[in-house]
Design a protein around this ligand. Structure first.
Ligand code: FES
Ligand SMILES: [Fe+2]
Length: 420
């Protein structure tokens, strides 16, 4: 019996997620520790989904670039001299060296350090060093860096997709209402993205995706951190029990609760008024209190007032980018407050004492998964009988129910079970 369930069979991914409506929801424990599952995720999910690679504010002028990744495919996001944004595979067409090593910058050319082949900011191969050694046609035959075929933006967020599929707009549509609300935290709907803090943890990438919209664990895992925040007036004891969880088609999910902004009272009032003037009283108030933690499947999250990007490295290694943002058109004191909250409450995962609690849990799960062949299933059924449709806004349940995880794994199963 154990052998039948331990993942040594050919992978039949439809059977990896078992759902009995209103009763039970479980996933194979091997999805977090089987290198074959990880390899298939890269192909079936990361190469067939819209993946966040950056924000237009990071590349304001021609020649600006930044590094990113689609799954494990290293890419350069580059604004060319005609202001067009390209997503280029960061791999020299000669013998494969990464042509760009700066995380961000501005340059008209990418010069391969190995033998000096040179590409322009659109990826075109413009010079083969020591060109006399090549037939005349070589440069045209090779062309340039390989381009990711599909690139699209939403409110300045840049997404890229390797395989064929639906438009970015259709992909985001199920959670669009909340994306729009998130952006209305700026009176003009515009943000600036600042350089991220980068950290890593020794466990599977999906743990962080799950955790961000898991409204249940915090009261236990973060108990001591929350006490310290409460002592400093930075947290409301009751906040953990308000709000709802939501799930959407395409694997998107949301932990939706009003955010008690710990701005100084006058600043909060000025901020709220700015948003009311811009969006009207209802939406202005809603935006001022907005505190969603949102997953855009598979690995991009909008968390209160920052982004989180979860980068798979191996089946048991993950990099996390915590990306601070500032809102344009708001009183300067608001952005200053957001920055201080970002650093103090633990946006930076290394110094942050909230996120380090979570990472400890991820590492402990990964370690225990050495027993996954003897314990082949993990449970995600909390609140499954309470799920209900909320017309126009996905499905909804209590904040501490595991609905966001189920939304994620329903789509995970769809993508993993269909052949690329
Ligand atoms: S590998 Fe890039 S020039 Fe040789
Ligand atoms: Fe947490």
């Amino acid at each position: 019996v154990l052998n039948a369930a331990n993942g040594t069979m050919p992978q039949d991914y439809a059977s990896y997620v078992v759902e009995i409506p209103h009763e039970e929801f479980r996933v194979r424990s091997s999805i977090y520790c089987d290198p074959d599952v990880f390899a298939d995720e890269l192909q079936r999910i990361f190469e067939r989904s819209w993946i966040y690679v950056g924000h237009e504010s990071e590349l304001p002028v021609a020649g600006d670039f930044k590094l990113a990744a689609i799954g494990r495919v290293p890419v350069i996001v580059s604004r060319d001299v005609d202001n067009k944004i390209h997503v280029l595979i960061n791999m020299c067409r000669h013998r494969g060296t990464a042509v760009c090593n700066e995380p961000r910058g501005n340059n008209r050319y990418f010069v391969c350090p190995y033998h000096r082949w040179t590409y322009d900011s659109a990826g075109k191969l413009v010079s083969l060093a020591d060109e006399e050694g090549y037939p005349l046609s070589a440069r045209d035959r090779i062309g340039g860096l390989i381009r990711i075929p599909h690139v699209a933006t939403f409110n300045g967020l840049i997404f890229a997709r390797i395989g064929e599929g639906e438009s970015l707009e259709d992909f985001l549509q199920p959670i669009r209402r909340h994306l729009d609300l998130w952006f209305s935290q700026s009176p003009i709907g515009r943000i600036k993205v600042l350089p991220p803090t980068v950290s890593s943890y020794p466990a599977n990438w999906k743990f962080q995706v799950e955790n961000t919209t898991d409204g249940w664990h915090a009261r236990y895992v973060h108990n001591s951190a929350f006490k310290i925040l409460e002592e400093h007036g930075m947290r409301d004891r009751k906040r953990g029990v308000v709000g709802v969880s939501r799930g959407y088609d395409n694997g998107h999910a949301l932990l939706h609760r009003p955010l008690r902004r710990f701005f100084e009272a006058g600043a909060m009032e000025r901020y709220r008024q700015t948003l009311i003037d811009a969006h009207g009283p209802d939406r202005g108030r809603e935006a001022a209190e907005y505190g969603g933690q949102m997953t855009i499947f598979p690995n991009f999250q909008l968390v209160e007032h920052r982004f989180r990007l979860i980068q798979p490295v191996s089946v048991s290694e993950t990099i996390v980018y915590e990306i601070p943002v500032t809102f344009e058109g708001v009183p300067e004191e608001i952005n200053a407050e957001i920055r201080s909250r970002f650093t103090e409450e633990g946006g930076g995962m290394i110094s942050g004492f909230v996120n380090s609690d979570d990472i400890e849990m991820f590492a402990r799960v990964q370690m225990a998964l050495n027993a996954s062949h003897l314990a082949p299933w993990l449970d995600m059924s909390r609140g499954i009988a309470a799920e209900r449709a909320d017309p126009g806004d996905g499905i909804v349940s209590e904040a501490a129910h595991e609905l966001p995880l189920r939304a994620m794994y329903r789509h995970w199963r769809t993508m993993m079970a269909s052949n690329p």
